[in-house]
Design a protein around this ligand. Structure first.
Ligand code: NAI
Ligand code: MG
Length: 335
């Protein structure tokens, strides 16, 4: 049976890196079909909405979407489309692998860390953000639930189990935030007991940041709440050389959206030099999610060897190639 996925090319460099990504996926022979829908600035201009109903409908029907970066217009009345998608489809797990690729500006070799960030609650809820009428006091609510904590921690342990990983680090600040982070940590301890073959350790978030910089190889899977996960996953991307190779998956029980971590890069849009690898690695996560792990591994292997050989790669990876030449080099290797 053929899988159909919703494809959102997005804004800025989005169409360029998406075309490159689909070219490589086609060369891989995954038998995917695409339904193209719009979101972001391009959708606002063409259809008068940042997130048109057809787009939401396509994601609901296909349950899987590959998404280029979206530009959210700055100003009143526009809430982030990415946040909206997470809310709409209850995409509770934000899964961000950080892997070193030889031949890049990574700070360390052989890093392989997956951050699993709770994506729907914690400090990022819009409700509970209050500014007093005189503008002198701001308050925000941090909401952590047992259900939200259970499902994200379980997701992390299941991921560790299914991918043969050995360790999950629960990152928290329960020493100070005794109720919210405390609940998260207690739930994590309970869930960990169901996975005796996986080592569970606990680490306070500030120490985690230092440990990631000093001794990153001790980490395998990290699971944490929304705000800490946002920061830690960027720190991990920095360890492996920045945004050019950082993908992310947003996963819920009914739908999943795969993307690059970087944005629409307006400074280089239209120049044909954007690096397609982060989106391609997101596509690799998508193939794993669809049960096409053989193809996912072939894709990652091709990226590894093309990047290491600097074969037609883009300037950000030290090459003189274009988005298109990079995709061609990758397509040749995966065929
Ligand atoms: P950005 O990630 O678009 O760009 C930061 C820097 O990295 C720029 O110098 C850019 O040229 C470079 N860069 C990014 N991706 C690259 C690639 N694939 N190849 C080569 N160089 C690359 O972040 P910025 O400038 O803060 O945001 C631009 C727009 O993107 C904003 O409208 C923002 O809202 C949106 N954005 C969207 C995201 C999404 O849809 N997931 C995530 C982050 C930002
Ligand atoms: Mg972030």
């Amino acid at each position: 049976m053929k899988n159909t996925i919703a494809v959102i090319k997005g804004d800025g460099i989005g169409p360029e890196i998406m075309d490159a990504t689909l070219h490589v996926l086609d060369a891989l022979g995954c038998g995917l079909e695409y339904e193209f829908v719009d979101a972001g600035l391009c959708a606002l201009e063409a259809q008068g909405s940042l997130l048109p109903p057809e787009t939401l409908d396509a994601i609901s029907r296909h349950k899987v979407a590959l998404k280029g970066p979206l530009t959210t217009p700055v100003g009143e009345g526009f809430s982030s489309i990415n946040v909206e998608l997470r809310k709409r489809f209850d995409l509770y797990a934000n899964v961000r692998p950080a892997i070193t690729f030889p031949g890049t500006k990574a700070r360390y070799e052989d890093i392989d860390i997956i951050t699993v960030r709770e994506n729907t609650e914690g400090a990022y809820g819009a409700e509970g953000q209050v500014l007093s009428p005189d503008g002198q006091t701001a308050q925000s609510l941090i909401r952590v639930t047992r259900r939200g904590s259970e499902r994200i921690v379980r997701y992390a342990f299941d991921l560790a189990r299914s991918t043969g990983r050995k360790k999950v680090t629960v990152v928290h600040k329960a020493n100070i935030m005794k109720t919210t982070s405390g609940l998260f940590l207690n739930v994590a301890r309970e869930i960990a007991a169901d996975y005796p073959e996986i080592t569970c350790n606990e680490m306070i978030v500030d120490n985690t940041c230092m440990q990631l910089v000093m001794n990153p190889h001790q980490f395998d899977v990290i699971v944490t709440t929304n705000l800490f996960g946002d920061i830690i996953s960027d720190l991990c991307a920095g360890l492996v050389g920045g945004l050019g190779l950082a993908p992310g998956a947003n996963i819920g029980s009914d739908a999943a959206i795969f993307e690059a971590v970087h944005g629409s890069a307006p400074d280089i849009a239209g120049k044909g030099i954007a690096n397609p690898c982060a989106l391609l690695l997101g596509a690799g996560q998508m193939l794993d999610h669809l049960g096409l792990s053989g193809q996912a591994q072939r894709l990652r292997g091709a990226i590894r060897s093309v990047v290491e050989a600097k074969d037609r790669v883009t300037p950000d990876l030290g090459g003189t190639g274009s988005t298109r030449s990079f995709a061609e080099a990758l397509a040749e290797r995966v065929r």
